[in-house]
Design a protein around this ligand. Sequence first.
Ligand SMILES: NC(=O)c1ccc[n+]([C@@H]2O[C@H](COP(=O)([O-])OP(=O)(O)OC[C@H]3O[C@@H](n4cnc5c(N)ncnc54)[C@H](OP(=O)(O)O)[C@@H]3O)[C@@H](O)[C@H]2O)c1
Length: 342
Amino acid sequence: MTRRAVILGGTGQLGAASARTLLEHGWQVDLAHRGERGVPAELAEARSVSLDRSDADAVERLCRGADLVLDCLAFAPADAAVHGRLVGEVGSVVVISTASVYRGENGTWLDIADSDETFPVLPVPIDESHPTVDAVDDPGYSPQKAALERALLAVEGLPVTILRPGAIHGPHSPALREWFFVKRALDGRERVPLAHLGQSRFGTSASVNVAELVRLAGEHPGRRVLNAVDDPAPTALEIGQAVFAHLGHAGEFVLLEGPPVDGVGGHPWAVSRPVVLSMAAARRELGYEPVGTHRATIGAAIDWMLEAVGDADWRERFPALSNRYGAASWFDYDAEDQALAR
Ligand SMILES: NC(=O)c1ccc[n+]([C@@H]2O[C@H](COP(=O)([O-])OP(=O)(O)OC[C@H]3O[C@@H](n4cnc5c(N)ncnc54)[C@H](OP(=O)(O)O)[C@@H]3O)[C@@H](O)[C@H]2O)c1
């Protein structure tokens, strides 16, 4: 009999990639979303369901009897409640958390890091047994995700796989960080300064790799928490090189010692210390093999974004890039040129 998957957030970057992987493996897929974005053409085989994640009754009705529920839209402990209502009614539940739940050995975490001192000190690589943020009353993103994880694991009998992705990239991304390099290639920038000698590593996650983990967790229900990142983690320099290679741009990277100075050399992966996650548990528990490295998978994301931007203003087409990641300040070429001239 055909297995049925429900994806809450089905038209987003993770939902779409997971749907495609599941369809390719013979699953029937229901894409639940509010309808603000269209259903990607390549998912015509899937069923589109209009629903708001906050309507627990509608979520319960749709998910009952599913073999797999992928929840891309759980952010706080209260979001675990609907899964509690579905114990015994679904085969496997996969909930997307984040790599930023890890608590540094200095007691800090990514959301509150604003200097080298407050940047979390984390082992390299981080495995899933490392402590997570335990500031339940803090309304921030990572404390709430960590509390959500605990709430899910507290639901007795829930076959839940919690995935912790890093910086996600893929087609349908609302905020592709690689735009930092893509736009420089489009603008013909010949020299790109990179702080920390371009060696910063902040784990990336190709949506197709996360999708493969979703499929495996769907086929092997269990109660587990797994990192969900590209393996190996690329350096910022390698990310830039991959983007330029895909676009055939021959720009040079100028590697600067130390942190960015007045923003020059800064980039979306510039971190004081590495945030590198181990994928050993996924390999061990699910027999996971990555679909591809960052370099092998980034091209599809770039091509999709270039087509999506078209002739439009990228800031209007992708407001989350500016609003959430501060991309509006990424392209101060005058400051960059002056610093490089010195
Ligand atoms: N972006 C990253 O780098 C990153 C890193 C680590 C973890 N994460 C986690 O990844 C998850 C986000 O997944 P994503 O990147 O695939 O998201 P996304 O690309 O922004 O897509 C969100 C999807 O959810 C739908 N949606 C949004 N609000 C909804 C609601 N209230 N009810 C029903 N559908 C709704 C959207 O469609 P409509 O708007 O049409 O409803 C869309 O299908 C989050 O849990 C986030 O914490 C993200």
